[in-house]
Design a protein around this ligand. Sequence first.
Ligand code: CAA
Length: 293
Amino acid sequence: KKPVGAPDKKLARPVTKVGVLGAGLMATQFALLFVRRLQVPVVITDLDQARVDKGVAAIHGEIDTLLGKGRISQDEANRLRALVTGTTDKADFADCDWVIEAVFEELGVKQDVFAEIEGIVSPETILATNTSSLSVEQIGAKLQHPERVVGFHFFNPVAVMPLIEVVRTPATNDETLSTAMVTAANLKKNAVITKDSPGFVVNRILAKLLGEAMHAVDTGTPFEVMNRALTPLGQPMTPFELLELVGLKVGAHVLDTHHAAFPDRFFQSENLHRLAEHGRIFDRDAKGKIKGF
Ligand code: CAA
C-alpha cells in the first residue's frame, strides 16, 4: 500500500553511491544498513582520521557479528567490508547520489557541513539529515538547492527498529521525497512522511514520556523508585534505559528542543544535563547488567 503522502515511485532517482557525514553511533549503524541492503559503495567521513578509523572499525565489528551469527556468508562479509571506505577528504563524496549526515546535533554545524558538501556533489545529489529534532528546513536554508534536502530519521538500534521518519520541508521536491521513500523500502524499513515540526512524530511522544520521568526525578522521586515503577509498562526498556541507549546528551538535547518549542508542555531536566556530563544513569557490571544508580 502506498504510504500516505508519497509521490509516484517512478520519480525516484537511483542510489549508486552513499556518502555518510559523521562516523558516530547512528552513522555507523546506518552506514552498515546502506551497504548491506543496497550493496553499493558507502564512504564515511568525520572530523579526523581517528574518528573515521573508529567508525569503520565499528562497521567491521558489526559485519563480524553478522558473520558469527551465520546471518551472512564469508563472501558476503568480504564484499561488505570492501564496499565501505573511510576518508577525511570530502572530495571522495563527489560521485555520491545520496549523502546523509549524522554530525553533532547543532543547527550551525549541520548547515555548514551541508554547505561544504554542496560545493562538491552534483546539484541533484540528495542531502538527507538524520536529525532527531532540529528543523530540516533550517538545516537546508543556506543551500543553493534546498529542494534536495529531506529528513531521514532512523531509530536506535538501527538494525532492529523498523521505522524511518521521512521529513518533507516546504522546499523538498517530489523527486527527493520519492527517492527517500524508495530508499527506505530498499533498506527494508517502514517509512512515514512527517511534517517538519519539533520531534516529528515519534520523538514528540517520547520526549513527553522521558521528560515526565526525568521531571519526577528532578522533583524528588529517586531513580530507583521510578525505574522499578515503570518496568511493568510493557515497554522493552524503561525511560531511563532508553535515555542511556540514545545517549544522555542526545536525550537532553531532544528535551531542550521540545521545551523551547512548547515551554508549557515539555520539561527540561537539570539532572539529565548533569548526568550527561559523565555519560550514564546506571551503574553496570562488565556485561552491562544494571547494578544500581
Ligand atoms: N545494534 C545491532 N543489533 C542490536 C543492537 C544494536 N545496538 N541491540 C540489539 N540488537 C539486536 C540483537 O543483536 C538481537 O538480534 P538477533 O535476534 O538477531 O540476535 C536483537 O536486537 C535483540 O537483542 P537482545 O536479545 O540482546 O535484547 P532485547 O530483546 O532486550 O532487545 C532492544 C534490545 C531491541 C534494544 C530492545 O530493548 C528495544 O527495542 N528497546 C527500545 C528501543 C527503542 O525504543 N529505540 C528508539 C529510541 S529513540 C531514537 O532512537 C530516536 C532519537 O532520535 C533519539
